[in-house]
Design a protein. Structure first.
Lengths: 213, 72
C-alpha cells in the first residue's frame, strides 16, 4: 500500500470522525431543544436478547437489543457525559491521525529520523494509552449516570453495573452493563512508544554519522 | 575538546587549497571545511589515510592533543 493511499485513508478517517462527533453534538442539541427524551447507548452482557421495559416514575424506557442498551430518559446527564467522552476521543484521534500523517510524510520524504517524527510517534503512543484511560473514565462516569436514571418499573427486571451481583430476578431478566479493558489498545500504545524510542536511537546514530567525516 | 585539528597549518605548508584537497580526498568541501575548523565528532581512518597521502604527512601532523583542565 503506498504512502499516498495511506494518507488518503487517514484523511477519510479524520473526516468521518469529525462528522460523527458533529452528529452526536447536533443530536444532543436537538434533544435539549425538544426537552428530551435523551438517549444513551451502552453495551450490556446479554447475547441476542431483545427486551424493552419502562422505567419507574415514567422516566422513559430501556431497550436492550443484541448486546446494546439504549436508554431513553428525561435525565440529560448520561447523554451529555457520553457526548463529552465522544468529543475527547474525537479530538485525541484527530491529533493522532494528524501526527501519523506527518510521520508518513517524513518517511516518504526520506527523513525517517527526524525529531518531529520521534515526538509524533511518542504522542501517538501516549494517546493510545490515554484512550484506555478514557474508556475507564467513561465507564466510571457514564455507567453510574445511566444506572441512577434507569430504574426499571417492574421488579422482575434488574439492571446493574458490570461488577454487580443481580439476585432475586430471572437470569434472563438480569442485565449487566458491560466493560472490559482493551489490551490491544494498551499493546498498540506500548508498541508506538517502543517505535518512538527506536527512532530516537536511529536519530542519534544518524546525527553521529553525519558528524563524522 | 582537547584534540585540536591542525589541518589548516599543514594545508598552508603544502599550499594546498581546500577544494583541491577535498576533490583528491573524495569528500565534500563543506565536510572538509568542518574538519579543518574542528567542528566534527570524528574522522574515519579512510579519510585520515587519504589526507595524509595527499599532504605527505603523519596523522600527528594533523591532530594535536592540548590538555585543558578548564574544559573538564
Amino acid at each position: 500500500m503506498s504512502i499516498r493511499l495511506l494518507t488518503l485513508l487517514l484523511l477519510v478517517a479524520q473526516l468521518t470522525l469529525g462528522l460523527a462527533a458533529l452528529l452526536v453534538l447536533l443530536i444532543f442539541v436537538m434533544h435539549v431543544i425538544q426537552g428530551g427524551p435523551f438517549t444513551t447507548n451502552w453495551p450490556v452482557s446479554a447475547s441476542a436478547t431483545v427486551a424493552s421495559f419502562p422505567l419507574a416514575h415514567d422516566g422513559g424506557t430501556i431497550r436492550i437489543d443484541h448486546g446494546t442498551l439504549a436508554l431513553n430518559g428525561q435525565d440529560w446527564r448520561p447523554e451529555f457525559a457520553q457526548l463529552v467522552c465522544v468529543w475527547i476521543f474525537a479530538t485525541g484521534a484527530n491529533v493522532a491521525i494528524q501526527r501519523l500523517k506527518a510521520v508518513l510524510a517524513g518517511v516518504s520524504a526520506g527523513k525517517p529520523f527526524d525529531e518531529q517524527i520521534v515526538r509524533g510517534l511518542r504522542l501517538i503512543g501516549y494517546l493510545l494509552l490515554g484512550w484506555v484511560v478514557l474508556d475507564i473514565v467513561d465507564a466510571l462516569i457514564v455507567q453510574p449516570l445511566i444506572l441512577s436514571t434507569a430504574q426499571p418499573a417492574s421488579g422482575a427486571v434488574a439492571l446493574g453495573a458490570s461488577i454487580s451481583r443481580l439476585e432475586g430476578v430471572e437470569p434472563a431478566q438480569a442485565f449487566r452493563m458491560d466493560f472490559h479493558l482493551d489490551f490491544l489498545k494498551i499493546a498498540s500504545g506500548l508498541f508506538a512508544l517502543a517505535l518512538a524510542q527506536a527512532f530516537a536511537i536511529g536519530k542519534r546514530l544518524s546525527d553521529d554519522n553525519e558528524a563524522i567525516v | 575538546m582537547p584534540i585540536v585539528v591542525t589541518l589548516d597549518v599543514m594545508m598552508a605548508r603544502r599550499k594546498m587549497p581546500l577544494n583541491v584537497l577535498a576533490e583528491r580526498v573524495g569528500i565534500s568541501v563543506p565536510n572538509l571545511s568542518l574538519l579543518k575548523t574542528g567542528k566534527v565528532k570524528g574522522v574515519r581512518f579512510q579519510t585520515l589515510d587519504a589526507i595524509c597521502r595527499e599532504l605527505a604527512c603523519q596523522p600527528g601532523d594533523l591532530l594535536e592533543f592540548v590538555d585543558d583542565p578548564a574544559a573538564e
